[in-house]
Design a protein. Sequence first.
Length: 115
Amino acid sequence: MNRWMCGVKLSDRKANAELLSRLSNESVSDVVRRGRLRWFEHVEHKELDDWVSACRSIVVEGVKGRGRGRPRKTWRQCVDKDMAKLNLSVMDTHYRAVWRNGILGNRAVVRKNYR
């Protein structure tokens, strides 16, 4: 779709990143990452006695008979990878401006010292 909107044919050999920058569109992975991190912030702010907070520490065992190949990534593993990529920590969820700017890719707001 991006190639069609730019008027570029596949034989022109233009990279998708170049086309995205030309259109000023976001990539799908960035939109998914932002949504996942927004949900993570929401879950982190839940009370400790809430059932959602209790679900954070559940370890789900794999289905019997699926011993081949690499196991699927958990939601938390994806969140940890996203936070590492954006240089965020779990403590940043307590500072709304820092977290929001971090997941949007803007690091203009400086972190406070954690205690």
